[in-house]
Design a protein around this ligand. Structure first.
Ligand code: HEM
Length: 391
């Protein structure tokens, strides 16, 4: 069974997933303390089954994790109906396809400006970090704009968010857990003060999402949890699709050249990058009744995880799954999940990734890796520390 902290597994987890898949759809992972679904069919079943839910359990002891628990206990991602339905309805409109399509020009302008900066940094220094210049700041700037928080707070929000999401990894140190709680406390007070200022400013609330939430029937804790969830989810995965995906394109040069030659493949390229090296590898569910997935019984109270990265390479669904093919259609990846928790931000993420790729191919067609990218040591959120490129 794979070890989620083993550097060689993290470097390339896909052979280990393929070996497991060859032996069966679902396996008990003793180390993680849960079953894992490794086929596309079993992962889909886990995400859709109504007897499997996101059942939040507070981090313990409660006094030590007050803010971390507040953010999660009140979040739509950690709730099931009816609370989930009520919370999700409030934000669904703002992230709907039609609304997001209107953001295209704004996102394209931001991406173009960031790629100009990247090009200038490469010209000045010979190489530059694509994560720091584009993949990280683009989704942060967009989600900050949508929520109506100052873009200049973006870098701090990224630090807080990165510290909080470490709690989703397996085997985090006690120090890491304290850092996550401190970050959660700072994020809670930050959003409370933004909301208070918005509520009392003349002529407001305005037309941003925090203003929408202020006008809704949310409790103060639900408002904070919803805003923080959006600010975090709004960039944690997108940055890694861009980092992992652009690395994949530059190391499969024929596919980069194909995108340059055929810009109409942009949309299918976005889907393929999400499939090929999944930024989010594992989502857990808890059984609220005895549930059978691909013949494996998950007893009430037990957990099972959908391994999205493994599902994404299932040969029963994807022809030659280990091949990067930016024209792949259909492409039924599970990268945005399935069922009631299906990613609210999927249309926005697609627009952001497409805008970044368009700006890069237009301005830096000779883009190349300057060195082998360095991975972050985490398993659940799969990404790079740095992506130095040159042109
Ligand atoms: C390519 C980038 C992204 C990927 C791969 C991604 C992936 C996912 C996945 C797999 C889930 C489902 C989790 C589960 O079933 O347990 C999810 C949920 C969610 N995502 Fe995304 N996401 C991305 C970008 C975004 C963006 C830009 C936003 C900004 C609004 C966002 C907001 C959310 C929210 C609020 C949920 C919770 C939905 C619910 O519980 O009903 N995501 N995302």
């Amino acid at each position: 069974m794979f070890d989620p902290r083993d550097p060689s597994f993290l470097e390339d987890p896909y052979p280990a997933f393929a070996a497991l898949r060859a032996e069966g759809d679902v396996h008990l992972h003793e180390g993680l303390g849960l079953a894992v679904a490794v086929s596309h069919a079993a992962s889909s079943a886990v995400l859709r089954h109504r007897g499997l839910g996101r059942i939040w359990q507070d981090a313990q002891p409660l006094e030590r994790f007050a803010s971390f628990n507040l953010l999660h206990r009140n979040s739509l991602l950690e709730n099931e109906p009816p609370a989930h339905t009520r919370l999700r309805r409030l934000i669904a409109g703002a992230f709907g396809r039609g609304h997001v399509q209107r953001l295209r020009p704004m996102v394209a302008t931001l991406a173009a400006g960031m790629v100009d900066d990247l090009a200038a940094a490469i010209a000045a220094d010979g190489s530059a970090d694509l994560l720091a210049h584009l993949a990280q700041p683009l989704p942060v700037a967009v989600i900050a704009e949508l929520l109506g928080v100052p873009g200049t707070d973006g870098p701090r929000m990224v630090q807080l968010s990165n510290a909080i999401v470490k709690m989703y990894e397996y085997g985090l140190s006690e120090e890491g857990r304290d850092t996550a709680e401190e970050a959660a406390a700072e994020f809670v007070s930050y959003v409370r003060s933004v909301a208070a200022a918005r509520a009392s400013a003349p002529g407001s609330p305005g037309d941003d999402i925090i203003s929408d939430l202020l006008r809704s029937e949310l409790t103060p804790d639900e408002l904070v949890a919803t805003a923080v969830l959006l600010l975090m989810a709004g960039h944690e995965a997108t940055v890694n699709v861009l980092g992992n995906g652009i690395t994949a394109l530059l190391t499969h040069r024929d596919q980069w050249e194909r995108l340059l030659a055929t810009p109409s493949l942009l949309d299918s390229c976005v889907e393929e990058l999400i499939r090929f090296d999944a930024p989010l590898q594992l989502f857990e569910r808890t059984a609220t009744e005895d549930v059978t997935i691909a013949g494996y019984v998950v007893s009430r109270g037990q957990k099972i995880g959908a391994l999205l990265g493994a599902a994404a390479r299932d040969p029963k669904v994807f022809d030659e799954p280990d091949r990067l093919d930016i024209g792949r259609t259909p492409n039924a990846h599970l990268g945005f999940g399935l069922g009631i928790h299906y990613c609210v931000g999927a249309p926005l993420a697609r627009v952001e990734i497409a805008a970044a790729l368009s700006a890069l191919t237009a301005k830096l067609p000779g883009l190349k890796l300057a060195e082998t990218p360095r991975r972050r040591p985490e398993f659940v959120i799969r990404g790079l520390r740095e992506l130095r490129v040159t042109a």
